[in-house]
Every structure is written in structure tokens, then in C-alpha cells.
Design a protein around this ligand. Structure first.
Ligand SMILES: [Zn+2]
Length: 216
């Protein structure tokens, strides 16, 4: 209750945010660690943070991936994407560590195709982007990047097929001269982010950085 006023100001996403004392990973009530997680889950998250390797993606200056994509994180991301647990976007965005100072002019989420967004009701990457934007005080432009055609789900495709699948699938607007922080939930092969970076650069973005909660 003590934070109720802040929640109202933060809007709908935060209205769904459960009490501080619930671990977002296992759902147990506990005194929370530095992560909004119980001590056991926080230890697992710290381990996953150590294992998140550096990534190099074409057209992207630097990639900030919070955690390795392990079983624990797979389950949490699944709840956000497919079980409607939108509130998870905030603790997940809280895991993303950015360098000191202003990294970008604007945060841009990787878009879902409109049909899939309608089916799911929301774009999980946009929820993470909004939560991250609120945290680091950067604006979020959800319309800067958009899909110009539907793509197959990337999950069953090999790296070369993934690149082909998303080639030319995105277009960008309103980014000329801007430094962009591209946000996705999980970075797997990076094909999607590379295609997005290509579209942003094609629309004259000055530079593109990328951030993801997990990196596979
Ligand atoms: Zn826990």
C-alpha cells in the first residue's frame, strides 16, 4: 500500500505488479535479495548473469545481455510470453545492466507482427522496453520499427534460415540521426536484431545498441 501512489502514476503494468515480497522466479514469499527474487533464486540469477557471454551482432555497436538463457529463465520468459504475466516485464527489465550515462536517445522494442500481437494481446518486448525506459528515464518509441511482413517462428530454424526468414521483414521510421537502444526479450542467433538494426540504419539511425534479458 505504501507504494500505491507510485503504482497509479506508473499505470496499467504496475497495477498488475504483485507485492514486493513475492519472488518473481519461484513465486515464494520471501525477504527479497538485490534482485526482486528470493535468496535462492537470486543466487541462480547471479550465476546466469556470469554466464551471459558477450555478443557481436552486425550493425549493432554493443549488445547488453543480462543473463544466460537457462531453464529457470526459459520458464520465466515463457510465463511473460504465453501465460499473460505482464508484470514480469518489470523485474526482467531490472536485470538489464546498461553502462553509466545516456546510452541512447530512444528505446525501440523489436515488434511482433500485428496478427501475433493481437492474438497475444501484447508484445512482451515492448513491455520490457517500457519498464526499462521508466527505469533509466529514456523515451520509448514503439512505432519506430515495424514488421512489413509476417515471418515464420524462428525457434525451429537454423541460423542461415533464421537470417533469411527475417531479411527485409522490418522497416523503420522517425529514427534519422538518433542513437537507438533496441530491446528484445531473448537474443538467440541475433538474426532478428541484425535485421532490425539493418532497418534502423536504412532509416538513417546514427547508431544502434541492443539489450536483451537473456542471451542463448
Ligand atoms: Zn525464488
Amino acid at each position: 500500500m505504501r507504494r500505491a501512489l507510485g503504482y497509479i502514476a506508473d499505470g496499467f503494468l504496475d497495477a498488475l505488479f504483485p507485492p514486493d515480497a513475492v519472488c518473481f522466479v519461484c513465486g515464494m514469499e520471501a525477504r527479497l535479495d538485490e534482485y526482486p527474487a528470493c535468496p535462492g533464486c537470486a543466487a541462480a540469477l547471479r550465476q546466469a548473469a556470469k554466464l551471459a557471454g558477450a555478443r557481436k551482432l552486425q550493425g549493432v555497436t554493443d549488445v547488453y545481455a543480462a543473463l544466460a538463457y537457462n531453464e529457470t529463465m526459459r520458464a520465466v520468459i515463457h510465463r511473460l510470453k504465453y501465460r499473460g504475466e505482464r508484470w514480469l516485464a518489470r523485474p526482467l527489465a531490472g536485470l538489464i545492466r546498461l553502462p553509466e550515462g545516456r546510452v541512447a536517445d530512444v528505446i525501440v522494442p523489436v515488434p511482433l507482427h500485428e496478427q501475433r500481437r493481437r492474438e497475444r494481446g501484447y508484445n512482451q518486448s515492448a513491455l520490457i522496453a517500457r519498464a526499462l525506459g521508466a527505469r533509466v528515464a529514456l523515451p520509448v518509441d514503439e512505432g519506430a520499427l515495424y514488421r512489413v511482413r509476417a515471418t515464420q517462428s524462428q525457434s525451429q530454424l537454423s541460423k542461415p534460415l533464421r537470417a533469411q526468414n527475417v531479411l527485409g521483414a522490418f522497416a523503420a521510421q522517425n529514427v534519422a540521426g538518433k542513437t537507438i537502444l533496441l530491446v528484445d526479450d531473448v537474443i538467440t542467433t541475433g538474426s532478428t536484431l541484425e535485421a532490425c538494426a539493418g532497418a534502423l540504419k536504412g532509416a538513417y539511425a546514427k547508431a544502434v545498441f541492443a539489450a536483451g534479458v537473456c542471451s542463448a
